[in-house]
Write a protein that binds this ligand. Structure first.
Ligand code: MIG
Length: 766
């Protein structure tokens, strides 16, 4: 195999907004995307410039200076120093601090078709990111492969898994940078995993050395930039944020209805129930089993009457069976993946021998999307995409399989994303102004535009619960905010303690779904004895209490890409202790709720509270930050802390998001020394009218020195579903002095104070 290292620059030119540098081996192109984002693409043979992930175009401007030795590309925030001989790239802050640079010796090189970038590794450098990966929060010392895989039975070290997010953030010398390697081939990341401590590297089996460098000086800003580049999620349907109950499988309509009824009978809030593969006729996609689900519409109507939404699974494999609509149409139109000789590729999955739609093709996506009427007509609004790595029985799919012009190895990692896209676009069209819920197992960078994700087949043991939380936190770094794990663990049977504990953590997961594998014990909240059911119920109720806060936090994801579940590395980047393996699973849920996951066998836990002051949610006890505390952690009370100054809107317990509740929006404020604000957001929770200004948004601010709370004017034309606001003040030693509503009205708050549950309460009617 030939090794070629990028050599000396032979020519430099600028064509419009792209700077072009040629060496004997290849051509490097440089674009500025924003003041903090620069793209470099190095290729021996630049082809069409396409991306599944990126939705932005480069800026029209590129400023650079050139000397005999180097070229410097400058933005207001960054300097890219390009050394000409040999051609090497180094990124600096505008004031000249080095962020990241090529290894001077090896830089970019090729080993055959494989393209690699060796980069200098700094002694204190840490790495976070790559989305759904096993291992520690700090990925220093680890290496990973991206090759979307049906990783059934994966353990806490398995790699690769289902998804590909070739984006990481590097941290060193008090600085931050990000790097997105936009390449769908099998790819590799090595964060200093070898004993050579001088280099980190990444590369791919083929394609171009095509990456985006992010130079913003905070993790939050880098996430904002990355999601500007690759897109952000739309507002999710509110019902999908409620409790979701799933199982492989509820075997009949009667069982589905029975489960739903049980939630209502036991007054356990829930919004969603799922049909896994057994609802279909012989696992044929877009069909219903006539015996077990004879009247889907009748069933769904009954579910709707109980305020339940139904989500159904779809797999990519289309059964080979003449007479089956999807098969006939797929064959007639050549919609399936083939071998190079045009023969259709056949693989076996649940339905038996199958062909696989080429989701990379526009027509195929349209055809697939339109087929969802079989599900939407009876009333399904949620679509669960499984097996889309793609998976078939056996270890692998022949690498000869072609999708259009591409062999599978070139684009396998984007197949699941394109299936989710087809599903989303189809459902979007059919449902008109209604928001679909899409959930996918396989994904590539940018999938947040189409779908939520879950972490696949986890297992019912503690280490997997903790791993799942790290994965959710890590997915958040890579633009995926709407994420979840199978609560309880897919494989195996959790102990009652694990089930209760996992559920108490699950309520603080962006997607709150209980799911279990075929053959495991039943998992629903009432399967664990009366006492445990009561705890589970209370925790699910807490989820519903928090929905106004959760929904507002999703608005942040929609606006800025900031995820719901935030590793502490986002806000406390320079604090070494948040990377300590002991505390690495802790996270902020939204702006202000710190959650410390605890194994089900431990009833006290060391918790690291970062900078600031913190209140234990359950007791009101206050703690100084930058300290480790030992927290009680009985199964009834997961250690959850509220940041001083926090503003958290809540509502009363409702049984589903369809219920109006008591009409009171409860704004909870925890006293803190620093001023704080929270953007409260609400809309109809189900349509796209919010994109036309039909929303309700106001800023809630707390000023400790003035002892003032302010509710700003409302922005948007939506009428809030709450007709009263109640302020609940926690940890205030003295009353607030002033309450300012809508900018103008300023009233003295003293007289309005009453006491309830030890907290001072003001009721404001507007
Ligand atoms: O071969 O549809 O990860 O959530 O329950 C297994 C059955 C196929 C794998 C998914 C899991 C789902 C299961 N599926």
């Amino acid at each position: 195999m030939q090794l070629e290292i990028l050599g000396n620059t032979e020519s430099v030119s600028k064509k419009g907004n792209v700077l072009i540098l040629k060496t004997k081996e290849a051509e490097a192109r440089v674009w500025v995307y924003s003041q903090t984002i620069i793209r470099i693409s190095i290729s021996k043979e630049h082809g069409a410039d396409t991306s599944f992930a990126v939705i932005q175009k480069p800026s029209k401007k590129l400023d650079y200076t050139e000397s005999a030795e180097e070229i410097v590309v400058t933005t207001s925030a960054l300097k890219l120093k390009i050394t000409k001989s040999p051609l090497r790239f180094g990124f600096y802050t505008s004031d000249g601090k080095i962020l990241s640079e090529d290894d001077a010796r090896f830089g970019v090189n090729w080993q055959g078709a494989r393209v690699i970038n060796y980069r200098k590794l700094y002694p204190d450098e840490k790495f976070i990111g790559l989305g759904e990966k096993t291992g520690n929060l700090n990925r220093r010392g680890s290496s990973y492969v991206n090759w979307n895989t049906d990783a059934a039975l994966h353990d806490v070290n398995t790699d690769p898994l289902y998804k590909t997010f070739p984006f990481f953030i590097g941290l060193h010398s008090g600085l931050t940078y990000g790097l997105f390697f936009d390449n769908t081939h099998k790819s590799y990341f090595d964060f200093g995993a070898t004993t050579d401590d001088t280099m980190s590297w990444f590369g791919a089996d083929g394609g171009d050395m095509n990456y985006y460098f992010f130079g913003a000086q905070s993790v939050a800003q880098i996430i904002e930039d990355y999601t500007w580049l690759t897109g952000r999620m739309e507002m999710p349907p509110l019902w999908s944020l409620g409790y979701q109950q799933c199982r492989w499988s509820y075997a009949s309509a009667a069982e589905v209805l029975d489960i739903a009824e049980n939630f209502r009978k036991d007054k356990i809030p829930a919004d969603v129930i799922y049909c896994d593969i057994d609802y279909m006729d012989g696992y044929k996609i877009f069909t219903w089993n006539k015996e077990t689900f004879p009247d889907p519409k009748g069933m769904i109507d009954k579910l709707k009457a109980m305020n339940f939404h139904l989500v159904t699974i779809v797999d990519p494999g289309i059964k080979i069976e003449p007479g089956y609509k999807q098969y006939d149409e797929g064959v007639a139109n050549n919609y399936f993946a083939t071998y190079p000789n045009g023969e259709k590729f056949t693989g076996s999955v649940w339905p038996g021998r199958c062909h696989f739609p080429d989701f990379f093709d526009d027509d195929v996506r349209k055809w697939w999307g339109a087929a969802f009427t079989a599900l939407t007509e009876p009333g399904v609004e949620g679509f669960w995409n499984d097996m889309n790595e793609p998976a078939a029985w056996g270890q692998d799919i022949p690498w000869l399989v072609t999708f259009g012009d591409h062999y599978m190895p070139e684009i396998r990692n984007a197949y699941g994303m394109q299936m989710a896209r087809a599903t989303y676009e189809g459902a979007r069209k059919i449902l008109g102004n209604k928001r679909p819920f899409v959930l996918t197992r396989a994904a590539y960078a940018g999938t947040q535009r189409y779908s939520s994700v879950w972490t696949g087949d986890n297992s019912a043991y503690d280490a997997h619960m903790l791993l799942g939380q790290r994965m959710v936190n890590s997915l958040g770094i890579t633009g995926m905010s709407f994420t979840g794990v199978d609560i309880g663990g897919f494989t195996g049977d959790p102990t009652p303690e694990l089930m209760v504990r996992w559920n108490s953590l699950g309520l603080y997961t962006p997607m709150f779904r209980n799911h279990a594998m075929l053959g495991t014990k039943m998992r629903e909240p009432w399967c664990w004895g009366k006492e445990n059911e009561a705890i589970i119920k209370k925790d699910i109720e807490q989820r519903y209490r928090l929905l106004p806060y959760i929904y507002s936090s999703y608005y942040q994801s929609h606006q800025t890409g900031m995820p719901l579940s935030r590793t502490l590395a986002i806000n406390y980047t320079q604090d070494e202790r948040v990377f300590d393996v002991k505390y690495q699973n802790q996270f902020l849920f939204g702006d202000a709720i710190l959650v410390a996951p605890v194994e089900s066998t431990r009833f006290t836990e060391d918790v690291y509270l970062p900078h600031g002051e913190w209140y234990r949610l359950s007791t009101g006890e206050k703690f100084e930050g930058v300290k480790v505390i030992t927290a009680d952690a009985p199964l009834t009370d997961l250690p959850v802390f509220i940041k001083a100054g926090a503003i958290i809107p809540m509502q009363n317990v409702i049984q589903s998001t369809n219920e109006k509740g008591d009409g009171i929006l409860e704004i909870n404020v925890w006293y803190g020394r620093e001023a704080n604000r929270f953007v409260y957001y609400e809309d109809d929770g189900s349509s796209y009218d919010y994109q036309k200004g039909v929303y309700y948004k106001r800023e809630i601010s707390f000023y400790p020195v003035k002892r003032q709370i302010e509710l700003s004017m409302v922005e948007g034309s939506f009428t809030s579903k709450y007709d009263r606001i109640k302020l609940v003040l926690h940890g205030f030693r003295a009353a607030i002095k002033r309450l300012k509503v809508n900018g103008k009205t300023s009233i003295s708050a003293h007289n309005a104070l009453t006491f309830a549950n030890g907290n001072r309460v003001i009721i404001v009617t507007f």
